[in-house]
Ligand binder design. Structure first.
Ligand SMILES: *[C@@H]1O[C@H](CO)[C@@H](O)[C@H](O)[C@H]1NC(C)=O
Ligand SMILES: *[C@@H]1O[C@H](CO)[C@@H](O)[C@H](O)[C@H]1NC(C)=O
Length: 522
């Protein structure tokens, strides 16, 4: 049924669009990553393709062309106490622990590969895919899925363009103006920031060489290579496999991040996770929002911080602060609270896009996650951001620099600081103007991000891996890129010249001495 429609559309658009089989792997046990994975899956299903989706959270009532592979046990792989709000409030370095994050993510990919359901999929030599699409979270080991099924690999980068994601399909960009995924700085860097970015890059490369690549290569030998051999092929070396992606689909856009020079096979399609049509609000919520005379403030700290972990005094202070406002406050919180003021509504579940899209929504108080930031620009709502971990700090820094957000620190004085920020936001129109400008830039693209995603995946399938898009820089070893061979050659030439000239000089000098002696004798 879907195929004829697809072919018909294909004829109409004069681009070939045969249904293909895609394996989509999003193993991160987190709602926001599930959201991004859904964005990919929903778009592929729309064109009638057959999708196998590896996910820790399953769709209810999946359509017939979607097969789901459950890896919900991945939820046990992340130490949940690390994302506890009390611990985060006292943690001095918000994004440090690079090695910790990296090892955690390698472990997660390994766990996913070892999962019984995945093993069953990999063991079946009749399985066949035309393309493998995998979320990239710090580990390259999942590149092995594409090697097993002998088909093109597409990475999905969930974060802003950064040195790590660019390094998958090109040489590492210059650390003097590109930050790393966990960086806290935004270019132009000052001297110390620039040094730190360089230092991070050098230590990361060193650790990759000494620790991560050997570790991942060992897992590749153990978990991937036997599957390739079972299919009667020889396994390529891991060092080749990890850099063999056809495409990176980046969750980024210039309206949100930086306009960096990207490789041809790096496509910034930030916003594809947002459905093009805004779903209507549930009736009661629509009523609440419509009757808000002074607008609505929407407060959500995302899905990773559990409400039950919030310190009592902060909850109490926040309720008091919200109660004093003229605006209606929608607070996404999974817990009943006592003595909730009249203008405050606690929502256990919040249809975030529909709330942000509502004309009454005047302010979004957020943790500054990239999906929330993208949605806020999509719908043009200014924000107050309380970053908590990971890339939220750099996202918020960018948002503040761009002038549509204020940052408030997560601390025991949260309510006091928030009050100042809310007053500034509500009384100064510049934040709203700025976010509307960025929203214009965000929407002003030749094609919508979902359509762009579908186009590029189809292109990779049709051209069997789009080798014509790959950066030639990947074929050039580091010593050649730095012209170390030329420098070595010049040093040799200089040395030879020096020796020649020195010998010549000595010979002339000794001749002179000899002739001087002769003169004296005469
Ligand atoms: C997959 O195959 C391996 C050996 O080839 C076997 O040890 C394992 O039990 C199989 N797992 C499943 C789930 O079929
Ligand atoms: C790289 O990917 C292409 C398909 O995109 C595949 O034909 C090739 O065998 C892969 N090479 C390695 C070393 O994995």
């Amino acid at each position: 049924m879907a195929l004829p429609i697809c072919l018909f559309l294909g004829l109409l658009l004069s681009s070939s669009c045969e249904a293909y089989k895609a394996l989509v792997v999003f193993g991160m046990p987190s709602n926001s990553h599930f959201n991004l994975g859904n964005g990919v899956v929903r778009n592929l299903l729309k064109d009638g393709h057959e999708v196998t989706y590896v996910t820790p959270i399953e769709y209810k009532n999946p359509p017939p062309n979607l097969r789901q592979i459950d890896v919900s046990s991945n939820f046990n792989a992340l130490p949940s106490d690390k994302i506890n709000i009390k611990i985060l409030m006292e943690a001095p370095t918000p994004s440090g622990h690079r090695k910790f994050v990296k090892m955690l993510m390698i472990n997660l990919v390994r766990r996913t590969l070892e999962h019984e359901n995945i093993q069953r999929l990999l063991n079946d030599t009749n399985e066949h895919f035309d393309v493998v699409i995998v979320e990239h979270m710090f580990s390259d080991l999942s590149a092995g899925y594409a090697t097993i099924f002998n088909c093109p690999l597409i990475w999905v980068s969930p974060v802003e363009v950064n040195s790590l994601s660019m390094g998958l399909v090109d040489v590492l960009p210059n650390p003097a103006y590109t930050s790393d995924a966990l960086s806290l700085y935004m270019p132009p860097f000052n001297f110390l920031e620039r040094l730190e970015e360089l230092w991070i890059r050098i230590t990361d490369e060193y650790n990759d060489y000494m620790v991560y690549e050997p570790l991942e290569a060992a897992e590749y030998e153990r978990l991937i290579v036997p599957q390739i051999q079972k299919r009667g092929r020889q396994a390529p070396p891991y060092s080749k496999v990890r850099y063999n992606a056809s495409l990176v689909l980046g969750n980024s856009h210039v309206s949100i991040g930086l306009p960096l020079g990207l490789p041809q096979n790096y496509k910034s399609i930030g916003g594809y996770h947002i459905e093009e049509e805004v779903k209507p609000l549930p009736e009661d919520l629509e009523k609440i929002m419509m009757s808000a005379k002074n607008g609505v403030i929407y407060f959500s700290m995302g899905s990773n911080l559990k409400s039950k972990d919030w310190p009592e005094e902060i909850k109490r202070d926040l309720l008091k602060l919200f109660g004093e406002l003229k605006q209606t406050v929608l607070w996404k919180f999974e817990e009943e609270l006592p003595n909730v003021p009249k203008n405050v509504h606690i929502l256990k579940w919040a249809p975030q896009p529909s709330i942000l899209a509502h004309p009454k929504c005047v302010l979004f108080i957020t943790h500054g996650g990239l999906l929330s930031t993208t949605e806020t620009i999509h719908y043009g709502v200014p924000t107050i951001a309380i970053p908590v971990f990971g890339d939220q700090f750099i996202n918020v820094k960018k948002a503040v620099t761009r002038g549509f957000a204020l940052q408030v620190k997560l601390s025991y004085s949260l309510a006091t600081d928030l009050k100042v920020a809310i007053q500034e936001m509500l009384h100064n129109p510049k934040y709203r103007q700025r976010v509307k400008e960025l929203s214009y830039i965000y929407h002003d693209r030749p094609v919508k991000p979902g359509a762009e995603l579908r186009h590029w995946v189809q292109h990779v399938v049709n051209t069997r891996g789009a080798p014509h898009l790959r950066s030639p820089a990947l074929l050039v070893p580091l010593y050649q890129r730095l012209y170390l061979d030329l420098i070595a050659l010049l040093l040799v030439i200089l040395r030879v010249l020096y020796v020649l000239l020195r010998n010549l000089y000595r010979r002339i000098k000794s001749k002179k001495i000899v002739s001087n002696k002769k003169d004296k004798k005469n």
